[in-house]
Ligand binder design. Structure first.
Ligand code: HH2
Length: 366
């Protein structure tokens, strides 16, 4: 008789890109990338201890989330209640789960001065948003304050005036997820009342002390992004001893704070914040090691679209509108590296690029 399923809906929804398991188990990774073992406390899968090869614990911010390890790690599951048969079964289930399509987040900037696309009217933005959904965006991220390097902050009232009519109109005309890209609880509250269901905060709740409680109270989703410093000064002299470790630690702490404030961990995303207080090398290191962010057990959002690191690698792309090729390369790399959501300006081209990359990757694994 086969053992009962050990995976929750949430765990099933995750893509089993590779598995590296205890050497006594039979499920073995099929490809390079992030290795993952899912566990679900609610379903009774109590894994006594989950350790990296060097003996350090693999942390998940909540017991019913999912823990991940890199291929360098050998996961050692020390649970007497889990004989090899059950573990192999769990691995088989993961390996055969269909890989979900990565979700596309379309960027809608209701600003006069965003780094790549500011200055559109509300009507134009509504049409642009609807066209993005038509082209394959699952989610629209609406912002009323530019956070480009050197940008001056705006007040919540200005942000509200810029974004709320847009949120209201889009909520009326599309079923796509709507997020408000803001650091201000006041603007977040107005957007959630107008029909947004997620708050995307580039300060991860640190800019406004009321933010996390507000999001929890509204039972909304939350994107916690890493940023060093603030937009006005963040690119002056970014500095890290070890960028991936520091970003990971920051996101771990912010995810824990969000859960503690009452935000549902199933509606929490993390984001390494490409370009936010980072040099070209920092951005590349984070992009190259995206899989490590998965050790937190939370879905990852990546926003690399049209960003200036692309122009540093291709000086002919001085204008953000000329950075489509670099944006697609980063999106494909991100998705193949385990990212769940990509935040992009160019939805149709990204959808097509990801569909092709994804199909090839699936074929390779089949
Ligand atoms: N990037 C920007 C703004 N918000 N949010 C998340 N979670 N991740 C990102 O990478 C991110 C973000 C900057 O891009 P954009 O909104 O196009 O520009 P601006 O801030 O100038 O409006």
């Amino acid at each position: 008789m086969s053992p009962p399923p050990l995976l929750s809906e949430r765990a099933r929804a995750l893509r089993p890109r590779a598995l590296v398991v205890d050497r006594h188990a039979r499920g073995v990774g099929r490809d390079q990338g992030v290795a993952r073992i899912a566990f679900d406390a609610q379903a009774g899968a109590e894994l006594a201890e989950l350790l990296h090869a060097d003996g350090t614990p693999i942390a998940a911010p909540a017991p019913d989330l999912v823990a991940f390890a890199t291929p360098r790690d050998l996961l050692r599951l020390r649970a007497s209640s889990h004989p090899d048969l059950e573990l192999a079964h769990l691995c088989d289930e993961l390996a055969s789960a269909p890989a979900p399509r990565p979700r596309l987040v379309g960027v809608l900037n209701a600003t006069p001065d965003s780094f790549s696309d500011g200055g559109a009217s509300c009507d134009e933005l509504v049409e642009r948003g609807l066209a993005m959904v038509e082209a394959g965006a699952d989610w629209l991220d609406i912002g009323g304050e530019s956070t480009r390097p050197g940008a001056e902050p705006v007040t919540p009232m200005v942000e509200i005036a810029r974004t709320i009519p847009l949120v209201q109109e889009l909520a009326r005309r599309t079923d796509a997820t709507l997020s408000i890209d803001t650091r201000h609880a006041e603007c977040a509250a107005a957007a959630l009342a107008a029909g947004a269901t997620v708050v995307n905060d580039v300060s991860a709740g640190l800019h406004d002390p009321d933010m996390l409680a507000l999001v929890a109270h509204a039972d909304a989703g939350f994107v916690a992004m890493h940023m060093q410093g603030d937009p006005r000064t963040m690119q002056a002299a970014p500095s890290y001893a070890e960028v991936v470790g520091e970003v990971l630690e920051f996101l771990r702490a912010r995810a824990a704070a969000a859960c503690e404030a009452g935000i549902d961990p199933a509606r929490l995303w993390i984001d390494p914040g490409i370009g936010f207080g980072k040099t070209l090398e920092h951005n590349l290191e984070l992009l190259a090691r995206l899989g490590e962010l998965r050790s937190l057990g939370l879905p990852v959002l990546l926003g690399a679209s049209r960003k200036s690191f692309i122009a540093k690698l291709d000086p002919r792309a001085a204008s953000p509108a000329d950075r489509l090729g670099g944006s697609l390369a980063a999106a494909i790399h991100g998705v193949l590296g385990g990212v769940d959501l990509v935040r992009v300006h160019d939805v149709p081209a990204t959808r097509q690029a990801l569909a092709v990359a994804h199909a090839i990757a699936r074929q390779r694994r089949a």
